[in-house]
Ligand binder design. Structure first.
Ligand code: NAD
Ligand code: A1AUG
Length: 543
């Protein structure tokens, strides 16, 4: 057993590789793409380290090519769900008591495996499986995932340094225990890094986890699960359960030993999960910690004083990177009448340059959306705008699912600030613009604040400092991640801890100490060296 105080040096963010023509990283990922395309992966359920073939199969084809079958995965049924709960509770007995530095070492090794030998694999799997171009895959599946693993280990060590005051003859200590039970990690399709973070953050803190990946991202999730095993993760610490969310959630959420939920996904699913926990609250051993980051209707507000040069680029990148399938994507913009002609021309001009197509052609900026339901939902919003008198499609509005699920980047202008596409999350490459009178800035800030229930991300573009200050005040609760003269996407671990409030989640800030704190339950320990031997108070001496 160790007898030293261990230190984790503060990490640096993982550098983003460029994948320029002629680079070794480009060659490597291109080769890996070809190799992955040749095989159909069979993905098992993994419980207590055992790979289980249930025979109840799902298929994952690439969103960019209906004929490219990537994986067939076994879905967990009630037997596997029960086994996973048992395995988590059993593995907890050792894992919770393993010295924290030993646990951290496993995840730090996993980070190095992603950064080195498996970088091309996890990027290629994210490109083919989730439809990300190489830059979007690199900032997510490689860099952000590595950052989550390294920084969370550092944050955990920082939290444990926080110790209470001890007067003479006493040693007060704060022990940071894992939660009492197991954690249910339910992950979204759109970020491989988030899928990796949700089970590993609680596990690093000594919890055991049941991980339910999104079916549309099961391909990259499985590669990461295998990396964790290679890094030395003990059996049963993270149990991997692909399958139906409602079936798995239906059995796990009401379980007496549920200690926490770590969720990212839609507001609707999260509300259902919270309601289920609420209804069962008397049946749990503890009050389960519920951490959830959900949808957004993220805004860009431009003030008449703004420097217009960066705005079109911010709109293109904010709205159309990864096909607008970021919870942070810019999907409504309020632009003053005086600046609109110039911004409009530049925005449409840049959007016209964007190439749409397969992830394997590195010149493409826009790739497919994730699946058929997403394609149908996004295109129904576009059709709605086309048919409405209050909306006008300025650019795009076209789509094609003959080979893959491709939706062209679409710019809508509306005369109604509460137009359907100004207030509902679309989760696709669609942005709606409302043009306001220059002297209505105060009103437009209030409109931006009140138009939706979400509170995730947003930007203000202005040179006038008073306008910036006013926006920060009026929009204080409208965005958990607020950007000044920048796009509202692209947060980086340890730089912009991520999350929003209102209908967007519990704002527990993934990629920060605040999130790690949620997976620890502190125990205050007081040890006295000279315990009192007389029960009487000084005031009881004779008068
Ligand atoms: N705020 C953030 O940090 C953040 C980050 C990424 C994505 N998102 C949001 O995620 C959404 C897109 O992701 P999605 O389509 O994967 O979301 P989703 O809610 O459809 O699915 C998320 C996960 O929940 C599971 N699930 C669905 N129903 C369930 C149930 N009844 N019980 C248990 N699990 C269930 C799914 O299988 C999946 O694993 C968008 O709304 C986006 O804004 C938010
Ligand atoms: N952290 C990412 C968003 C994650 C949600 O999908 C960003 O800031 O763009």
């Amino acid at each position: 057993m160790s007898n030293a105080y261990f230190v984790i040096e503060k990490p640096e963010n993982e550098p983003i590789l460029t994948y320029r023509e002629g680079s070794s990283e480009k060659k490597e990922v291109k080769e890996r793409l070809q190799e992955l395309k040749k095989e159909v992966l069979e993905i098992p359920v993994i419980v207590n380290g055992e790979e289980i073939q249930t025979g109840n199969m799902g298929k994952r084809t690439s969103p960019e090519d209906h004929t490219l079958l990537l994986a067939e995965y076994h879905k967990a049924g009630s037997e596997e769900i029960e086994k996973a709960i048992e395995a988590s509770m059993e593995a907890k007995k050792e894992w919770a008591h393993m010295p924290w530095e030993e646990r951290a070492a496993i995840f730090l090794k996993a980070a190095d495996l992603v950064a080195g030998p498996y970088r091309a694999t996890i990027n290629a799997a994210t490109m083919l499986g989730q439809g990300k171009n190489i830059h979007q895959a690199e900032i997510d599946a490689a860099c952000e995932l590595i950052d989550f693993l390294r920084f969370n280990a550092y944050f955990m060590a920082e939290i444990m340094k926080d110790q209470p005051y001890s007067p003479d003859n006493t040693w007060n200590r704060m022990e940071y225990r894992p939660l009492d039970g197991f954690i249910f990690a339910v992950t979204p399709f759109n970020f491989t890094a988030i899928a990796g973070n949700l089970p590993t953050a609680p596990a690093m803190a000594g919890n055991t986890v049941i991980w339910k990946p999104a079916s549309s991202a099961v391909y990259s999730a499985y590669f990461f699960m295998k990396i964790l095993e290679e890094a030395g993760l003990p059996k049963g610490v993270i149990n991997f359960l692909p399958g139906s969310g409602s079936e798995i959630g239906g059995k796990i959420l009401p379980h007496r030993d549920l200690a926490g939920v770590h969720f990212t996904g839609s507001t609707k699913t999260f509300r259902y999960m919270w309601e289920t926990v609420g209804k069962n609250i008397s049946g749990y051993r503890n009050y389960p910690r519920i951490v959830g980051e959900t949808g957004g209707k993220d805004f860009v507000v431009v003030h008449p004083s703004a420097d217009t040069r960066p705005i079109a680029t911010a709109l293109v990148r904010g709205a159309f990177e990864y096909q607008g399938q970021k919870c942070s994507a810019a999907s409504r913009a309020y632009i003053p009448k005086s600046l609109w002609p110039e911004i409009k021309e530049e925005f449409i001009g840049l959007t016209r340059e964007l190439k749409v197509g397969s992830t394997q052609d590195f010149r493409n900026f826009v790739n497919p959306v994730i699946d058929k339901p997403a394609f149908e939902k996004i295109t129904s919003y576009i059709d709605y705008a086309k048919e409405s008198e209050e909306g006008k499609v300025l650019y795009g509005g076209t789509y094609d699912d003959s080979k893959g699920y491709f939706v062209d980047p679409t710019i809508i202008e509306t005369t109604n600030p509460r137009f359907k596409t100004m207030v509902e999350e679309i989760f696709g490459p669609v942005i709606t613009i409302f043009v306001y009178e220059d002297d209505q800035y105060d009103e437009i800030l209030r409109e931006c604040d009140e138009a939706t229930d979400y509170g995730l991300t947003g930007s203000i573009f202005a040179k006038d400092r008073e306008a910036v200050i006013k926006a920060q005040r009026v929009l204080q609760q409208a965005a958990g991640n607020f950007y000044i003269n920048d796009k509202p996407t692209g947060s980086i671990v340890n730089q912009q801890p991520f999350g929003g409030a209102r209908a967007s989640g519990t704002n527990d800030k993934a990629g920060s100490k605040l999130n790690m704190q949620r997976w620890l339950s502190a125990r205050a320990i007081k040890e006295t060296y000279d315990a009192p031997r007389d029960y009487r108070y000084p005031c009881m001496e004779a008068e």
